[in-house]
Design a protein around this ligand. Sequence first.
Ligand code: IPE
Ligand code: IPE
Ligand code: MG
Length: 289
Amino acid sequence: MPFFKAKEQAPAPAVDFDRLPRHIAIIMDGNGRWAQKRGLPRTAGHAAGAENFRTIATYCKDIGLEYLTVYAFSTENWKRPAEEVGAIMGLLKKYLLEAISRMERDRVKMEFFGDLSPLPQELQDLCRRTREISKGYDGCQVNVCLNYGGRDELLRAARAYAQDCVEGRADPNHLTAEHFAGYLFSRGVPDPDLVIRPSGELRLSNFLLWQSAYAEFYFTDVLWPDFTKEELHRAIAAYQGRPPVWRGLSGKTNFGGGHSGSAVFRCTVFPGAGVAGGADGGHLRPGLL
Ligand code: IPE
Ligand code: IPE
Ligand code: MG
């Protein structure tokens, strides 16, 4: 087994738990590289990633986060070797069975974003059961993106909207962003305030394309199975250290649960903002770069 020396890291900065983002979204990436570094098969990385999802989701619930959305399997991930796809499906099944057995205790509300129909029937049934059992829960809402792609979501929404127009239920002259958002998988869920991508990749990979229009982004080289609570603290502290974003004319900010769906723009530019790889661990600020 090769020896890895942990990178020296500054202690995680303090988080203001009274000013948490309302909704955090995470691209759970880097499982394969985590396994490769240890001379293990990629599937071992997915198992470690699934375990870490459990840890981080539980922690988010414990600190009182309202919404957590995770990217678990993309519309593009079907192109991976069948064996790897099968192993991921098996892990999802295992996770959901365990989640169901703990639901009464955890009271986490689970939702799924994506077209579930190509998933194995057993997994589809488990998703439905999980959703059904937890729909009345008022704790943290965890949205698991399965066979999810932002472009696919937008195409589905456009098709459904066009159908409503054809059948006289909608009028294209009156289409607003809020109305259109009602056709997305994420209907009813506020946009993410903070999108985190571990693993060193600096792209969205088709994740929440519509919803992340005004999200803050946090990128880190840490691989998902190594993404600890302290890493989450770093991300939240970086988010809290950034200047508030003024949205529209109402003066709402993204702190305190302000949510806006449309007509959003930044009317204040803060000097020095938008520096990628800054002191907070490396982030990009779309719109200000
Ligand atoms: C993310 O980890 C998990 C899924 C996409 C299902 P990866 O499997 O993409 O890990 P890397 O990027 O190859 O390290
Ligand atoms: C994004 O990671 C999808 C998930 C984490 C589920 P990928 O590893 O699939 O994305 P790319 O291929 O690096 O863009
Ligand atoms: Mg990857």
